[in-house]
Write a protein that binds this ligand. Sequence first.
Ligand code: ZN
Length: 433
Amino acid sequence: MDNNNHETTRPTSQQDRRAAGLAVLEKLDQSGDRAALRTLLADMAPDFADLTVEVAYGDFWARPGLDLAQRELVTVAALCAMGRDRQLAGHIKSALAAGIDRTQIVEVLMQMAVYAGWPAAVNGLLAAKEVFAAHPGPTADGHHTFHVGTTRVTVVSDGHAYLPAAMFGGGIGEQQVAELLRGRGLPTDRVRISLNGLVLEHDDRLIVVDPGSGPPESAYAHGLAQPTQGRFLTHFLAAGFDPADVDLVLVQHGHQDHWGGLLTADGSLAFPHAQVGISEAEYLHWRDVGDFGKAQVPDDVAEAARAVGRELTAAIADRVSWLVDGKEVVPGLTAVAAPGHTCGHTALRLDDGGETLLIGGEFAHHEVIQLAEPDSYVVVDADNQQSRQSRRTLLHQAATNGWLVHAYHFSWPGLGKLVPRGDGWQLRPVAFS
Ligand SMILES: [Zn+2]
């Protein structure tokens, strides 16, 4: 039974509620749930099947003031308590589709250990595990909207990933990385990075910047993405956007976690009517070379990145145009060369109504490490001397001019202003809720 299409009417009177509840029961009947219970209990408790269905589903589904997501969560709890695995899996799927994230579902199922007993909770968690494997669903970091002048900017999460802390030790050593992380109360063995794509409603155009890792099926196939990535499209849709409306996709650099989302799982273009902007150096690099420059990268990772590069450059060949340093992409949105992480890595500057947003891309990776120590670098930088120079230049400009800064991998939603501190800077994150 699939409840994605239930209407979210809000009946007010007792009678309306009953009618709406009965309509839901009709649908449940079609699934055979109540009929099956009736047959099972016909000889000993004939009324119980009706009561179970009405109390566990019907009444909740008809309650005023509950939105679809809340109804789904209640139903997940009820089905877990009842041990009805098949329906439970269906409603976990529906809850994900209604915008409930995995953490909330897992939390509710764990709580059912108290209300329905340990076996019911274990059963429910195992059902959820299977559903999650097939349906990534949204994360708690869905989307966040703000304005720069008249431009409406939405940060759209592709999820997050964990990297070994040692990766961040270029130039400063692992010890120093651990100290910086510890100083902010973070784990010292691994670093959680966010993946923050952007949607700009600017100059009468819908513009996407870095559409994420791509759908899990293809992202994982290359072995480059983690199961916590690949949510860009889910959150993009949840934010109310339509891929068919996108006019322009800008790619800041050609690593899969930034441009895998150009394609859908079946290999077609995710934004079918969009032109794609990328720097010429970056495009040609991933089309013709595809290596990691001076960085040391394991062979299988390098080969996977080359495959992704070939596939994506071919897919956009008929619609690509170049981001050129210092030139406007559209009025008010300027490309700024920021090479180093990759050879053609490009930042963007949005100027609107006297406000400026620096869209730094991967000019810095984690705010706690590389703002405090701008001369440190991640070991996958193609040219770490160049990346450090690009980072310092942009950070200095942004801090001096009081620009708002966005970085793809800073902690969700990746936004803040810079405050000078020691030889570096500190991010003063925006308050977003
Ligand atoms: Zn990245």
